[in-house]
Ligand binder design. Sequence first.
Ligand SMILES: Cc1cc2nc3c(=O)[nH]c(=O)nc-3n(C[C@H](O)[C@H](O)[C@H](O)COP(=O)(O)OP(=O)(O)OC[C@H]3O[C@@H](n4cnc5c(N)ncnc54)[C@H](O)[C@@H]3O)c2cc1C
Length: 402
Amino acid sequence: MNFDFDADTEEMRAMVLGFARRELAPAPTAAGEFDAADFRRRWRLAGRQGLVGSAVPSAYGGSGLTAVAAAAMMEALGQGCPDTGFAFSVGAHLFAGLMPIVEFGTEEQKRRWLPALCSGERIAAHAITEPEAGSDALNLRAHAERRGDGYVLSGDKCFTTNAPVADVFLIQAATAPGGGFFGLTAFVVPADTPGLRVGPRHDKTGLRGSPMADVSLQGCHVPADAVLGAEGAGASVFSASMKWERTCLFAAYLGAMRRVVDATVAYAGERRQFGSAIGGFQAVSHRIVDMTLRLEAARLLLYRAADGLARGSEDEIAPALAKIAVSEAAVRVGLDAVQLLGALGVVGGGDAEALLRDALPARIFSGTNEIQRNNVARALGLGRRPAGAAARPRRPGAAARH
Ligand SMILES: Cc1cc2nc3c(=O)[nH]c(=O)nc-3n(C[C@H](O)[C@H](O)[C@H](O)COP(=O)(O)OP(=O)(O)OC[C@H]3O[C@@H](n4cnc5c(N)ncnc54)[C@H](O)[C@@H]3O)c2cc1C
């Protein structure tokens, strides 16, 4: 076991951290507002630095990072960029948009889509969730009917990250309704395809720098070569993208936690009450130790999952545990930091408050933490399963739930 990054990864981390600190602070906007032009400006800068396509092989315009190095990139981005929503959008684009094309696309699809998505010219979104299909992600109503030389997509998607700014959508639709794991198909659909409409941007509690909207599909005709993987491979495409998200994307929260823990240590050393620095009070110092403990423990789980991904492991427990640990640590670290700042924690919209707000959705997206626990329980041979089913679940059963 070696817990150190190699020299190249260390150098890349330092570069990303410096770049994010210098260039990625958003232009000031009023609460609840989103500056799409400024988002694009920062996206292009991140593209030029090789961040938004970092895990994509260099043959298709990416930086060819391994999963461990991509996690290190996301950690540095989360630490340096004060807008965790922007880092989240980069992660959703890269891990749920580009990596499925890398892993399931034909050579023609990779050459057609990936270079502009890596350079920062274009942005990707992956839409599976529907009003009636959240955790129960295989139960889609959106469907694709074979017609002529292609398919016609119809249905409603909701809560799609990057939808308001996306140029390319991965859309999941039922090609065999009721067909379970093999009933879904993923399609690569340009945003300007007639019949695809993006709704108004959602205002969120956290990750406000990441635009999200619903997407409706009405008689949206796509050619047969829009299918990613094969007809019936949509759930595999989706499961693979979730494995990337649950490891690498969540590293952005490690960086955000590090930023907040460092600032809390500094504050506890400076703020004086009762004639001494508050960090001298055991109730304060122990709380900071517990923040550090949660961050470091979650970090180990995440890099272990990333190492498995880099080695091609099929293990689904490690990414699920990493996702649970990082998101729950982030909520607790945010809460503790707000408490230790006293009134300053809730006045003025500082980093601690932002971490807490940004951490709340992390327990929901990429499959809720309850669903992750179900998946781990099932992999351990526990949990509810249909009568007569085998005690040890198969990959599709475990991966099917969002
Ligand atoms: C910030 C953010 C970004 C997102 N981005 C995207 C995106 O880009 N693309 C996309 O398609 N979707 C996206 N989503 C949607 C996300 O995937 C869903 O919100 C998630 O899968 C949960 O679905 P739901 O919200 O419908 O909750 P539900 O599935 O309705 O769950 C509600 C509650 O019930 C619990 N629950 C449900 N079933 C079970 C069960 N069997 N056992 C125990 N508990 C259960 C859940 O854990 C949860 O607490 C995003 C969501 C958020 C918050």
